[in-house]
Design a protein around this ligand. Structure first.
Ligand SMILES: [Fe+2]
Ligand SMILES: [Fe+2]
Length: 275
C-alpha cells in the first residue's frame, strides 16, 4: 500500500479510533456504537446518556468527553433509528410499542397484571389500566412513573383510566385492609423495611382515597402482581379487543398525531436521539 492511500480512510470503512482512557475506564464505550455493517453512512455513532440516567453517578462526569468524541471525523451523535433496536412502523400503534420497545420484564408484568384482572372478572377500565399502569417504566422513565404513564395515555383513554394509573403509584404504599390490600412484600426488598414514602405521596394517597374513582386505582394495585410465573407467556393479542374498545389509536400513529404527549412516544421510538 502506498503512503498516499494509507493516509486516506478507505471509502468502505471507518478507521478505528482509540477512545480516551477516561471514557473506557468509566465504562462509557457502551454508549458509543462502532460503525458496524448496518451503520448509517458507516459512521461511528455516539449515544449521549440522558441527564436523568446519569445524574448522581460517575458517568455524569464524562458528558464533556463524549461531546468531544463528536469532533472526530466519521463520528456523529445518534439521531434517528438506532440499528440495535427494531425499526418501528411509520404509524406505530400501542401494540407496536409493547412488542418492539417495552422491556421484556415490564411487558410481561403488564400483560400478566391485565390477565389477572380479567380472570378476576373486573371491568374493562380496570383491565386497561392494569395493562398500561407501568408503561412509563416499560419504555420511558421509572421515577414518578404513575404520573408519566398517566400523561402518556391521557389523550387516548377514558379519564378514569388515566387517573387510576396516576394514583396507583401513591396507593401502592398504603394498605387498605377493607379490600385485602397489604403493603407489598416486594417493596420491603426494594426499599428496605424502614422505608417511609414521602409526604407528597401520603397526601396523594389520602386524596385518592376520597375520590369517586378510588376503587379503580385500588384495583390496579391489587392486580399489580410481582409473584408471577416467569414461564407463563401472555400474548398482547389477548387484549386486542379491550385495547380496541378502550384506546383511541391515532390515525397518524403514536408520536405523530400532534397531541401534547406525542413527544413522549417519539422518545420511545428514538430513545437515543441526542436532541
Ligand atoms: Fe407501578
Ligand atoms: Fe406494576
Amino acid at each position: 500500500m502506498s503512503e498516499s492511500t494509507e493516509a486516506r480512510a478507505p471509502a468502505n470503512r471507518v478507521l478505528p479510533h482509540e477512545l480516551p482512557a477516561s471514557l473506557r475506564d468509566a465504562g462509557l464505550e457502551n454508549w458509543i456504537r462502532e460503525p458496524l455493517d448496518d451503520a448509517v453512512d458507516r459512521r461511528r455513532r455516539i449515544i449521549m446518556p440522558p441527564a436523568a440516567a446519569v445524574m448522581g453517578t460517575p458517568a455524569s462526569a464524562y458528558q464533556g468527553a463524549l461531546l468531544a468524541e463528536a469532533r472526530h471525523p466519521d463520528t456523529v451523535f445518534m439521531m434517528g433509528d438506532n440499528p440495535a433496536l427494531p425499526t418501528m412502523p411509520s404509524r406505530p400503534t400501542l401494540g407496536d410499542f409493547f412488542q418492539l420497545r417495552f422491556s421484556k420484564i415490564a411487558r410481561t408484568h403488564l400483560l400478566q397484571s391485565a390477565r389477572v384482572a380479567r380472570e378476576h372478572g373486573l371491568g374493562e377500565k380496570v383491565i386497561m389500566a392494569c395493562l398500561l399502569h407501568d408503561i412509563a417504566i416499560a419504555g420511558l422513565v421509572s421515577a414518578n412513573h404513575g404520573y408519566w404513564g398517566a400523561q402518556m395515555v391521557a389523550p387516548y383513554v377514558d379519564e378514569e383510566i388515566a387517573w387510576s394509573i396516576e394514583k396507583h403509584e401513591a396507593l401502592r404504599y398504603f394498605p387498605d385492609e377493607s379490600v385485602g390490600y397489604r403493603y407489598p412484600d416486594a417493596y420491603i426488598d426494594y426499599f428496605g423495611p424502614d422505608y417511609r414514602p414521602p409526604g407528597y405521596l401520603r397526601r396523594e394517597a389520602e386524596a385518592a382515597r376520597r375520590h369517586r374513582w378510588y376503587m379503580t386505582s385500588r384495583l390496579v394495585t391489587i392486580n399489580d402482581i410481582y409473584s408471577f410465573d416467569p414461564n407463563v407467556v401472555v400474548a398482547y393479542d389477548e387484549f386486542e379487543d379491550v385495547v380496541g374498545r378502550n384506546f383511541r389509536q391515532p390515525r397518524e400513529g403514536l408520536g405523530f398525531d400532534g397531541s401534547p404527549v406525542a413527544h413522549m412516544w417519539r422518545t420511545m421510538i428514538w430513545p437515543n436521539n441526542f436532541l
